[in-house]
Design a protein around this ligand. Structure first.
Ligand code: MV4
Length: 446
């Protein structure tokens, strides 16, 4: 196994990775910006290296500084976490050229899945269902109108280089197309450096259901069931759970098999997630693949007992998967609430000093965080300060456990989204499992 891993990230995910490394007997190197010198990931790692000033471009996205830190400390591998450099194929290539293992998929798999058109083309070949849409980029407005009429309105315009919902345009009529098409291309250019867009049928009020997969470098792939991430606000997930209230064992098997086939289609190794939309009739459609460990991976760990980060490190080292599909059993129900340093009504960031802090505990409660009393939440980075995760035998009990844990949680000095989560746990539609991607918008309007 690796002797030493450098973690090219910060915050709760850096701690999450350090914890698994410790359990595996692997030494850890933290990297940090000057603003993060008091951060827990720096204190908990065996070694640490300052890689630059606070702005991410100068530190957590600074490839030269990170590679130098790995060379200086003799780290054999780099774990990128999520965000920052985690889905950057150029970074993966540079690591490999320097003789450092990138803990993630190959640059090639990342490139195919990073381009939404090539991802669609790759998965269609192996029979994975997708929404009707264009097989190539759409380059002029007349072509856009022609294909949209063929697909049928409403349609959605998406950036080929996009993802995560940014820069999408929903179009209800041919008259609205020219404007939406031009705006989508301009936004794709400014947001992703590539103006190319494609067009798909728009699916109304879907569920966002994703399948976690594990893949080794020997062609073996298993899935760990689904997560329902329908509770989102402006494409930021707020609450995730496993299993989904819409999945039957049959649907899970079909989606799981589709996810495994899609992974095999791009020779995928490492952990990853296939994102699907599920419509009102329980039809599912592949949307995109996330080629990294995700924020919400703990709910899958809670219901399967599999340490996703441990399997990711083992896979990167070249070990064979130690699970077959039959070994994977879904037990009970898990919910995660993302606790952000934000105003819980306006959702504006709220950095500042935490003057008092107490985390909940007890049976079936997990807190993945990095903050403590007197820690100052920084304005330079995203506002996630903690993930509160519960596990229980049933969904009903998991909701009650989450409500109880939220009541115990004390964060003084800054505003957080804890009050918003308390509202959701008491919401009738949430309790009954009547959720889709429009849930929060309806709740905020109430
Ligand atoms: C869609 C869709 C409906 N129809 N595609 C958002 C995240 C990205 N991975 C894909 N997303 C969507 N793609 C088709 N063809 C709905 C979403 C979607 C969404 C759209 C508008 C507002 C909120 C949303 C939340 C989740 C998913």
């Amino acid at each position: 196994m690796f002797h030493k891993i450098l973690i090219a990230n910060r915050g709760e995910i850096a701690l999450r990775i350090i914890r698994t490394c410790k359990e595996m007997g692997i030494k850890t190197v933290a990297v940090y910006s000057t603003a993060d010198s008091e951060s827990l990931h720096v204190k908990l790692a065996d070694e640490s290296v300052c890689i630059g000033p606070a702005p991410s471009l100068s530190s957590y996205l600074n490839i030269n500084a990170i590679i130098s830190a790995a060379e200086l400390t003799d780290a054999e591998a780099i774990h990128p976490g999520y965000g920052f450099l985690s889905e950057n194929p150029v970074f993966a290539e540079i690591c490999e050229k320097c003789g450092i293992t990138f803990i993630g998929p190959s640059a090639e798999s990342m490139r195919i899945m990073g381009d939404k058109i090539s991802a669609r083309q790759a998965v269609i070949k192996v029979g994975v269902p997708i929404l009707p849409g264009t097989k190539e980029g759409v380059h002029d407005v007349n072509e856009a109108i022609r294909v949209a009429k063929e697909i049928g309105f409403p349609v959605i315009i998406k950036a080929t280089a996009g993802g995560g919902g940014r820069g999408m345009k929903i179009v209800h009529s041919p008259a609205a197309l020219p404007n939406a098409f031009a705006t989508a291309r301009a936004e794709a250019q400014s947001g992703f450096g590539n103006p190319e867009v494609y067009i798909e049928r728009y699916c109304e009020s879907p569920r966002h259901v994703e399948i976690q997969i594990l893949a080794d470098k020997h062609g073996n792939v298993v899935h760990l069931g689904e997560r329902d991430c329908s509770i989102q606000r402006r494409h930021q997930k707020v609450i995730e759970e496993a299993p989904s209230t819409v999945t039957t064992p049959e649907l899970r098997k079909a989606m799981g098999e589709a996810a495994v086939a899609a992974a095999k289609a791009v020779n995928y190794s490492s952990v990853g997630t296939m994102e699907f939309l599920v419509d009102k009739n329980n039809n599912f459609f592949f949307m995109e693949m996330n080629t990294r460990v995700q924020v919400e991976h703990p709910v899958t760990e809670m219901v399967t007992g599999v340490d996703v980060v441990k399997e990711q490190i083992r896979s990167a080292y070249g070990l064979k998967l130690r699970y077959t599909q039959d070994d994977i059993k879904i037990k009970g129900h898990s919910i995660e609430c993302r606790i952000n340093a934000e105003d819980s009504v306006k959702f504006t960031p709220c950095p500042g000093k935490i003057t008092d802090h107490h985390t909940p505990g007890g049976l079936g409660v997990r807190v993945d965080s990095f903050v403590y009393t007197n820690y100052s939440v920084l304005p330079h980075y995203d506002s996630l300060i903690a993930k509160l995760i519960v596990h229980a035998d049933t969904r009903e009990e998991a909701i009650k456990r989450m409500a109880r844990a939220l009541d115990e949680y004390i964060v003084e000095g800054i505003k957080t989204t804890i009050p918003f989560h308390k509202r959701i746990m008491a919401n009738k539609d949430f309790i009954e499992g009547n959720i889709d991607t429009g849930f929060i918008e309806r709740l905020v309007l109430e």
